[in-house]
Ligand binder design. Sequence first.
Ligand SMILES: C[S@@+](CC[C@H](N)C(=O)[O-])C[C@H]1O[C@@H](n2cnc3c(N)ncnc32)[C@H](O)[C@@H]1O
Length: 294
Amino acid sequence: MRTQEGHAERVAAVRERFGRGGYESRTRRLAEIDARLASTGTTLESATADQLGRRRPVAVLEIGFGWGPALIELAWRFRAEPVTFAGINLERKKPVKRSEDLTAVAEALDLVPAERIGELRPPDVHFYDATTLHFADESLDLVYSAVTLRFIADKVRVVEEVARALRPGGRALLDVGERGWEYPRGPATDPMMLTEHPSYLVLHHRLEVVPLGDWFAFAGGERFTICVPSGPRCVIDVTKHAPGRLDAGLRLDPERTIPMRKFPMPPGRRHPSNSVVRSAYELAPERMGAFAAR
Ligand SMILES: C[S@@+](CC[C@H](N)C(=O)[O-])C[C@H]1O[C@@H](n2cnc3c(N)ncnc32)[C@H](O)[C@@H]1O
């Protein structure tokens, strides 16, 4: 296979940009993303292989792919298999504005041997807000995301969209936040902040906070298994069993959805980057009876 005209120039441009530094938060490798998702007990390679064991072809999506190293590494590992890879970023900007640019990133960041770069099928790239996914119902087998949901105010809408687009048997691994996220059930410790835990996602019912794992396990119903495993990072792990949508039974609480910079961090903890949002939701009152009786 031949590489596109201008490939060498694109590789040089990516190398030059990367060499300037400051792009660590957009160029995490597969191993780093796997480490962030580790509480789910799988790696992205295993999760992709599991899907291939169920059906062929398999469609994989990364939400918030940055420069795309993790997607590229997966696309390279599964180059001989019927797996398609795609990514969504909010903004179309250098160095990845189109799919071919990932071939240049692959070579510039040494993700694929230069002499074999023509064998890489670059993932598709899309640029829009992932709170509305432009994917048909039941069209994806594996969806993952790292260091991205934290920037989105309506995180649960993304989870519902991902759940809609998953095929039965499909799985989603969505990283939401950092250590200290696990808050205990009970009365809010503050009417605005709800909990002292620096969680980027908090659920409450009339100022009684409810742990994520408890609510999502219930809200998944028969169609979905939704786990939020205990661990250093908050990751939502969704498996779909039957066609249909997820109604998470959560209403965004705009008053308590705030930039994390306004949150009083625990001693010794720095604020995360400016654009990280603490999202608060109220539990749907009509689901409370069934939740209590579960
Ligand atoms: C900090 S980067 C992380 C990139 C990559 N996952 C990594 O860890 O290297 C966040 C990414 O999320 C994407 N993003 C932020 N908000 C988004 C949204 N609402 N919809 C889709 N992508 C979004 C940005 O375009 C960016 O690529």
